[in-house]
Design a binder for this molecule. Structure first.
Ligand code: HEM
Length: 205
């Protein structure tokens, strides 16, 4: 099936509806007490997984568009990417507000002293940089540098599930599946990655 601009509008509306219903479900889980008396762990888990899943879906758009020969599908990528940042920010703020009670210096100490948090913070910073430079106007203004910056999404894609793996105390199967998924998404882009990583290295030598 060949997608038209009208289909893209419908997909974007669906993306909003699905994302907002997940946000409403989170509020409902907290208010109904289903996360227990101390909901911080539940919120951290929910928002962390939502960020990871949304990031993975964002990275699936281009391969699906290519394989189904529906180039227009990439027009949905920015919106889904913005939701990945939304969930990642909610996740980070849960830790900052509810675990650290807005103590900024403690946030720095924690991020610098716990490697799994360093990885989480780096991937959040990458998503932040990609979000604030995601408009067409900034893309035009940055020229070739825009693509170089946006290639950092591959770094976020791999270190976010490593952050998940590292944060897990016992259950390692779920984070391992996310690392495998990220490696698969990177393998699909092998040619692009070779161009980004291998060529500049050889140019220097
Ligand atoms: C500054 C940024 C971040 C901070 C401070 C942070 C903090 C945390 C903390 C405190 C935990 C819980 C560890 C525990 O159970 O003791 C966690 C888990 C997790 N984080 Fe992050 N994180 C950040 C960024 C991210 C990003 C960008 C993603 C995804 C794109 C992410 C995905 C996850 C996932 C999936 C988990 C596991 C949730 C669970 O099973 O409980 N985090 N993070």
């Amino acid at each position: 099936m060949r997608l038209t601009p009208n289909h893209i509008t419908v997909i974007k509306v669906l993306v909003h509806l699905v994302s907002l219903s997940f946000a409403a479900n989170l509020v409902n889980l907290v208010l109904s007490g289903r996360f227990g008396a101390d909901p911080v762990d539940g919120i951290t888990h929910y928002t962390g997984l939502a960020a990871l899943n949304t990031l993975a879906i964002t990275m699936l758009i281009s391969p699906i568009a290519r394989f189904s020969k529906n180039g227009l599908l990439v027009r949905c990528r920015r919106l889904i990417g913005l939701y990945a940042f939304f969930w990642a920010t909610l996740h980070m703020l849960t830790f900052f507000a509810l675990d650290l009670t807005f103590n900024f210096s403690l946030l720095w100490t924690e991020i610098l002293s716990r490697p799994y948090l360093t990885f989480g913070a780096i991937s959040w910073l990458i998503l932040f940089a990609l979000t604030i430079t995601s408009t067409a106007k900034i893309q035009r203004r940055m020229g070739a540098k825009w693509q170089q910056l946006h290639n950092l999404v591959y770094v976020a894609l791999i270190i976010a599930p490593v952050h998940f793996y590292w944060s897990s105390k016992s259950e390692l199967i779920e984070p391992s599946i996310y690392i495998l998924l990220a490696l698969t998404l990177l393998a699909i882009r092998w040619k692009t990655l070779k161009r980004i990583v291998v060529r500049p290295v050889f140019k220097r030598t």
